[in-house]
Design a protein around this ligand. Structure first.
Ligand code: C2E
Ligand code: CA
Ligand code: CA
Length: 759
């Protein structure tokens, strides 16, 4: 190397050194600068009113600035540095949307990054937060490194916005006259949107009862539990506020004594605090209560407190409107004097019922009622007494109605009753008769005793008219008929029906009397042992002769007795009479025979039945197996209780027979479980046994199966020798029928028994 070149090299080196030094210098300056900016950034993060966050995408750690934390109520040392910290605080309904937004931004699909979300404050309430961010990329590789962003609390603005929008909507609904329940819900939603996490309710007060008004975000179970509660000095928040007329703030439902009785319906649904403001009308009367709930114990802040006031005021406007409208409706649709429905309401209801009944193929009856000689009362005693009489009659008619019947005063002394869900034509007749009975009771009005009466016309939908006009006309015609027939009575539009109803009513009336006074008699039909030809028993059958109506068939009066609930008395009488008769035959030294008594299924299933049998046996002293109870197959079918009745009767030792066997639906299988002694094959089969091969076969197998199950067989309605011979061949043990004897009086049975006593 030459000197020159060496010097040159040294020169180069020193240049390089100088460059290096200056480069060093620059770097240090840059570092210092960078440190400064980092410090400034940190400073900015500490002092700025916006919360800052810095998400390192490499390490997935997030820096949350102190302001970011304090905005949500946390101290600087609280909360971890993970994405999860944010994720658990953001409203669950907003989380996915925001994360999607982040992804779209990172993928370059959106720019800039700006999103709004709700975040939970440490104290429990939600804030509206606007988040903006930008991406920091690596200079060399352009790889995303960090996402740095800000949080601004926009709760205030957001609430104002929502409030305005919802408020406008509610006012529109009020103006359009939307149903109150819809508006209540909207008011609740308004305040719920303003205070995320809050749930609102409106209750109406009727008398002292709280009724559900609206609570769209509270669970139905809770609303149902509150609906119908009586208010009082310690009934939760709303029950108390409606009672005292003052605001009630319950910070903790779990511990507040006012909630002690009902907290079990709130706590399971998360509610922890409840503030209630009474809702009042313009004159200060309490109409209901507005309730605000949170899922955490709290007292209202200033804003919430103000909102509670304004919410109750807004709800009050609607409630007052509702009350006024109801009052107007009441005035139009109720009769001021009697408080019954008015003519207007009557027409509306009748129209509606006609449409509904036509659609569902149902019948109903219309009673047109007119007080007899009411004009005389007005003319001679004055209108005040007339009014009192109308009120009295209205009350009596109401008592005569069944639940669900509709009653109205049409005008003056005219009333109308709609008898709904009629089973038969007579239903209305029954209601009409009750009206006649009640109205014609003496009434003491203004110191005078009056005996009012009324006439009633009855028409049926759809038979007598399928529209309002036709139906009213038919009732009116029937009413005039009732007046023509002498007043204080009812008439159907269909005259034939009036006659039948009258007869039926008379039968009911006289039968009740006959059973009570024991005016029925028993006849006895012998039952013959086919092998020996001797009488081994009798069936007791009831007879009723009435001096005006003549002989009435047992089929008819038994059915009537069922209808008027007189079967137990009838059966009791029949049991005693038959058993006493058996005892007196025994005492007369006649051969012992069984007496069979028919028992109606309804009575057999009655609780008092088994004790009655025990009593009869005890009182008459007959051998229990001498009493045979005949029940129809219907009884066999049924339930466990029934089985028990059979069992207890067997324990008493009485004989049990299934009457009319073969006509019902009982199977041999169901008989197996019951301790039956006798099957009575119905006359229907015996009638055809000679002429119909199939019937012959049926009877044959009934007898065989019955025997296999250990039952004795009685053939009913045996009328000819030929029938008897077949039955004998089929090994049927007992026969009963006109071939031997019609049902006859007890004395004739004595004679028959005497003659059959072997000499
Ligand atoms: P049931 O229990 O099937 O009674 C047998 C009916 O058949 C009796 O009619 C009897 O007179 C009639 N009969 C008997 N043998 C012959 C015959 O050879 N030919 C014809 N044509 N008829 C015959 P009755 O007395 O009119 O009774 C009718 C129904 O009334 C009875 O049918 C029974 O279900 C009911 N019944 C009668 N008395 C009472 C009672 O005291 N209590 C209850 N619960 N029901 C009774
Ligand atoms: Ca019978
Ligand atoms: Ca029978």
């Amino acid at each position: 190397m030459t000197v020159d070149s060496k010097a040159q090299l040294l020169d180069e080196i020193s240049k390089l050194r100088a460059e290096l030094a200056s480069a060093q210098q620059i770097k240090e300056e840059q570092i210092a600068e960078l440190v400064k900016s980092e410090q400034r950034f940190a400073m900015a993060m500490r002092t700025a009113n916006d919360g800052l966050w810095d998400w390192d995408l490499q390490t997935d750690t997030v820096y949350y600035s102190p302001r970011w934390k304090s905005m949500l109520g946390y101290e600087e040392h609280e909360l971890g540095h993970q994405l999860d910290t944010w994720a658990t605080l953001v409203h669950p309904e907003d989380r996915d949307r925001v994360l999607q937004h982040v992804q779209d931004y990172l993928a370059g699909k959106t720019d800039p990054f700006e999103v709004e979300m709700r975040m939970r404050h440490k104290a429990g309430q939600y804030l509206f937060i606007r988040s903006r961010a930008f991406l920091v990329r690596c200079n060399a590789t352009n790889k995303p490194l960090r996402l740095i962003g800000t949080h601004v609390d926009i709760t205030h603005r957001k609430k104002a916005e929502i409030y305005d929008k919802q408020n406008t909507k509610i006012l529109e609904m009020i103006a359009k006259g939307n149903p109150a329940s819809e508006i209540y819900d909207e008011i609740a939603l308004l305040y719920e949107a303003r205070h995320p996490g809050m749930r609102c309710s409106m209750l109406e007060l009727e008398g002292d009862t709280l009724l559900h008004g609206g609570a769209p975000s509270l669970p139905k179970e809770y609303c149902d539990a509150v609906n119908g509660l009586k208010n009082g000095p310690e009934v939760g928040s709303c029950g108390t506020s409606t009672y005292t007329g003052k605001r009630v703030l319950v910070e903790n439902i779990d511990t507040d004594p006012k909630w002690a009785e009902i907290k079990h319906v709130a706590l399971p649904h998360g509610m922890r605090c409840c503030w209630s403001e009474p809702i009042k009308n313009s004159s200060g009367k309490v109409l209901g209560a507005f309730g605000m709930y949170y899922n955490h114990p709290a007292l209202p802040n200033e804003e919430e407190s103000n909102d509670l006031t304004s919410a109750a005021r807004l709800a009050g406007i609607i409630m007052e409107r509702e009350h006024n409208q109801k009052r107007i409706r009441d005035l139009a649709y109720t009769d001021e004097l009697t408080k019954l429905s008015s003519r207007a309401q009557f027409y509306l209801s009748l129209e509606r019922l006609i449409t509904e009944s036509a659609r569902s193929d149902r019948r109903f009856s219309l009673l047109y009622i007119d007080l007899d000689n009411f004009k005389n009362v007005n003319d001679s005693l004055g209108h005040d007494v007339g009014d009192l009489l109308l009120k009295e009659c209205a009350q009596r008619l109401q008592i005569a109605c069944r639940e669900g019947d509709f009653i109205a005063r049409l005008s003056g002394d005219e009333f109308c009753i709609i008898v709904n869900d009629v089973i038969d034509e007579y239903c209305a007749g029954k209601v009409a008769q009750r009206c006649l009975d009640l109205i014609s009771k003496p009434a003491v009005l203004a110191g005078r005793t009056l005996v009012p009466s009324c006439s009633i016309g009855i028409s049926h939908f759809p038979a007598d008219g399928d529209n309002l006009q036709a139906l009213l006309k038919a009732s009116d015609t029937a009413l005039y008929e009732a007046k023509d027939l002498g007043k204080n009575r009812y008439a159907f539009y269909d005259e034939e029906l009036t006659k039948r109803a009258e007869y039926r009513f008379k039968v009911e009336h006289y039968l009740r009397d006959a059973i009570e006074k024991q005016l029925l008699t028993l006849v006895y039909q012998p039952q013959i042992d086919i092998e020996t030809g001797s009488i081994i028993g009798v069936e007791a059958l009831s007879r009723w002769y009435h001096p005006l109506l003549g002989h009435i068939s047992p089929v008819e009066f038994i059915e009537t007795a069922e209808r008027i609930g007189m079967i137990p008395q009838l059966t009791e009488w029949a049991l005693y009479t038959a058993c006493k008769q058996a005892a007196s035959w025994r005492d007369a030294g006649l051969p012992p025979i069984r007496v069979a008594v028919n028992i109606s299924p309804s009575h057999f299933l009655d609780e008092g039945f088994v004790p009655l049998i025990a009593q009869v046996l005890q009182d008459t002293g007959i051998t229990p197996c001498q009493l045979e109870l005949e029940v129809t197959e219907g009884v066999v079918q049924t339930n466990q209780r029934n089985l028990l009745t059979f069992k207890k009767l067997k324990e008493l030792g009485v004989t049990l027979a299934i009457d009319d066997f073969g006509t019902g639906y009982s199977s041999f299988a169901s008989l197996k479980h019951l301790n039956i002694d006798v099957l009575k094959i119905d006359k229907y089969f015996i009638d055809d046994i000679l002429t119909d091969q199939k019937t012959h076969l049926l009877v044959s197998s009934m007898i065989e199966m019955g025997h296999n199950l250990g039952h004795k067989i009685i053939a009913e309605g045996v009328e000819t020798q030929a029938q008897l011979e077949i039955l004998e061949r089929l090994e049927c043990e007992i026969a009963q029928g006109y071939y031997f004897s019609k049902p006859v009086g007890a004395n004739e049975i004595s004679d028959l028994l005497n003659t059959s006593v072997p000499a």
